[in-house]
Design a protein around this ligand. Sequence first.
Ligand SMILES: *Cc1c(COP(=O)(O)O)cnc(C)c1O
Length: 382
Amino acid sequence: MNTSFELFDIYSLKTPCYVTDEGLLRKNLETLKYVRERTGCKILLAQKAFSMYETYPLIAEYLDGTTASGLHEAMLGREYMGNREVHVYSPAYRPEEMDKLTAICDHMVFNSCAQWRKFREKVQSCGRDIKCGIRINPEYSEIETDIYNPCFTGSRLGTTLENFDETALDGISGLHFHTMCEQNSDTLERTVHAAEEKFGKYFSRMEWLNFGGGHHITRPDYDVYRLIKVVDYVQQKYGVQMYLEPGEAVALNAGFLVAEVLDTMKNGMDIAIIDASAACHMPDVLEMPYRPNIIGSGKAGEKPYTYRLGSATCLAGDIIGDYSFDEPLKAGDRLVFCDMAIYSMCKNNTFNGINLPDIYFNTQNGMKHLKAFGYEDFKSRL
Ligand SMILES: *Cc1c(COP(=O)(O)O)cnc(C)c1O
């Protein structure tokens, strides 16, 4: 992997910590900007995956704005990327939050025709021209893990054709779907055809279509040219402005989690206890589940010294995985976990009173220490 990781000294940092790298982030953003420029589609940062707002002015150089899953993310997008578009989608809006949302959002996506009917008057009388859309459920998804599949049977996310009430479309200028997760553009192509089969008759009545996130556009094997072809096809056929709102792809492989070995022990195998936790600091490792890469390590047995890496919480299953190293691990050694900018900082927690990792930004002008956390952060949530 091409990282500028060599440019910083991991032993100068306070652990555990997340380090986001400006060069790696810009590299992703260049790819996304290329897609925007080639197609005229708009691309938003889905803050759910990455909401390190210190980087928003930088992201604003490349993208069209932010999207939010509710009021707080929308406020963050408005505050730190306020000269760009602010979009919001929520499975169900709270009536008492409508005034705040209508004051800051440019697009609002409703989960059903009933949600739209409920809030239509409020939105239309707010004095700002907000573009409103309905989230559709095309009932087509290639995601195999149900927890990440918005189209599984009984899903609450979006409206199926059967439940789509075309008499509610007055004031609706767009449709939205989000049915992908870490997928390539061939999946998008098939999804678009499935969505067209069901909802195509409404597409040309719209001004814009938003095809959600889950596009792994910045992954090395992603077929950007097929994406461009699909976007061109949709925009030309239906005369719409297209939006994409990737989260992962924006900061994919653009950050690290640096942890320190606290102790080593044996129980049928070598074990190392580190100051980062899967449960607290990289929850997708347990939820997805997946095994993050560590720089300089191999799979179990590949290098001479294999360890099971566990955290300092009391949760027996708080294990990151089995890894091998060239040298034995000892207290004080540092480990660098890859691809830790996304679904990490915005998803972590203080379970067991474990401290939150500090946040660093490795910029072209040197390392910036943005955040340190302590007892008050733990206490203030309880
Ligand atoms: C999660 C989500 C995204 C971003 O998904 P990624 O997989 O991070 O690209 C975009 N839009 C909606 C509606 C989402 O729920």
